[in-house]
Design a protein around this ligand. Structure first.
Ligand SMILES: NC(=O)c1ccc[n+]([C@@H]2O[C@H](COP(=O)([O-])OP(=O)(O)OC[C@H]3O[C@@H](n4cnc5c(N)ncnc54)[C@H](O)[C@@H]3O)[C@@H](O)[C@H]2O)c1
Ligand SMILES: C[C@@H](O)[C@H](N)C(=O)O
Length: 374
């Protein structure tokens, strides 16, 4: 009985303590009594592999074959060593990715498989990228609910049980029509109207709850629309801002599926992966929150087209609005207030709109020169 009494006392402390109240953090007490968020068989052993045990973190990236994972792995491998960063996904990797470093099959809906990977590879950081994005999520709500919500529960439990530092990205899509849109601050009404947005608000809240309840080192950034040259987006509302470059180079024409005046926050992928590393490395005492907005620029399709036309005056842009995507975009932030990230851990973007366009065109210029030479 004394153990049960201690447990309930600890739980009460956690539930009623507030930051700065001077109460004993629940984290310590929970770890000491090996209390786990998930019921597991009695032969399972809990042991925290803390970051300080190794020189470098051992990182697992889930959903790593999407638009962002390969770019993040490249940067993390440069910093921590090739073999310390494992990409995982349920798809077959292209050969350049397969040969660039460790790759492993992992379905985030398979809890035991995830646990095995974390244990066998002594993972200390988990970057959870698997998700169905906004537009594909609306086309398959039940799968999105399963991957984005049930999958997240598996990830949270694995991370809490094994003492991992966990990064889960959120998004501008975690806001909705009743949120202030120009700009959108970190803390405001969040009533998104997509399953994607609902699942991301759930992820933010669950991660923060696990942080306060179990001491999980949860870190989350709300990314804007991400623009990349060497990876394609996975079915979101901001995809047009990547597609325009491909179509401009290929055919000199682009048909945009959003209205020309649809303003959304955006970021170049190098800034996005750097922000992710920076927040993961930030000392815990610099983080006044666990979920931060980050931003680089905001533009409309018309403004992006005009910037491109400065270098490609012959580019023709027409509009054929996709009503699902437009309805989503009309409820999302137009501009994103990321002042807390800038103040707390020194977030600073490198790429604004002209630099983004120049960088993308340089990439495709090099690509098409190489293609012509082959
Ligand atoms: N790309 C953006 O503009 C953007 C913006 C904001 C937030 N984010 C977030 O960043 C993360 C990565 O985004 P992305 O653009 O690379 O996404 P993506 O759609 O390109 O890739 C997601 C990956 O998840 C994988 N996946 C799906 N079901 C899975 C399962 N059951 N188990 C394991 N993997 C599974 C897919 O195979 C895919 O490779 C997502 O969580 C997304 O919500 C992205
Ligand atoms: C913004 C982001 O979450 C994603 N690119 C989407 O449009 O769904």
């Amino acid at each position: 009985m004394p153990v049960i009494r201690t447990l309930s006392k600890v739980a009460q402390q956690a539930l009623f303590s507030t930051p700065g109240c001077g109460c004993q953090p629940l984290t310590v007490a929970v770890r000491n009594i090996s209390f786990s968020p998930r019921q597991v068989t009695s032969d399972a052993s809990f042991h925290s592999v803390s970051f300080s045990e190794t020189d470098h973190p051992k990182v697992l990236i889930t959903g790593g074959l999407g638009q962002l994972g390969v770019g993040l792995a490249k940067m993390l491998r440069k910093r921590f060593g090739k073999n310390n960063v494992i990409l995982s996904d349920i798809r077959k990797p292209p050969s350049n990715v397969f040969h660039s470093g460790p790759f492993i099959y992992s379905d985030i809906l398979d809890y035991k498989n995830l646990r095995e990977i974390v244990v066998n590879n002594r993972i200390t950081w988990l970057v959870h990228y698997s998700a169905l994005l906004s537009a594909v999520g609306e086309a398959n709500v039940s799968l999105a609910r399963s991957v984005n919500i049930t999958g997240l529960h598996n990830i949270l439990d694995i991370a809490a049980e094994h003492g991992l530092r966990l990064f889960v990205p959120s998004t501008i899509g975690a806001f909705g029509p009743t949120s202030p849109r120009n700009p959108t601050p970190d803390l405001c009404v969040q009533r998104p109207r997509t399953i994607y947005g609902v699942s991301k608000v759930h992820a933010e809240l669950m991660g923060e709850y696990y942080h306060h309840r179990y001491g999980l080192d949860f870190r989350c950034l709300r990314y804007p629309g991400i623009i990349s040259a060497d990876s394609m987006p996975g079915g979101g509302t901001t995809d047009y801002a990547v597609q325009i470059f491909h179509d401009a180079i290929k055919s000199g024409k682009f048909e945009c599926n959003l209205r020309p005046d649809t303003r959304l926050p955006m970021m170049y992928i190098d800034d996005c992966v750097r922000a992710t590393l920076e927040v993961m490395e930030a000392p815990a005492d610099t983080l006044s929150m666990r979920t931060y907005n980050i931003n680089a620029m905001s533009f409309t399709p018309e403004e992006l087209a005009q910037e491109l036309q400065k270098q490609m005056p012959e580019l023709e842009v027409t509009y054929d609005v996709d009503h699902v995507r437009q309805a989503i975009a009309d409820t999302w932030p137009m501009d994103f207030d990321d002042s807390n990230a800038r103040n707390d851990w020194g977030w600073k973007h490198d790429y604004d709109l002209p630099e983004l366009v120049q960088t993308m065109l340089n990439y495709f210029g090099v690509e098409s020169l190489m293609a012509r030479a082959n």
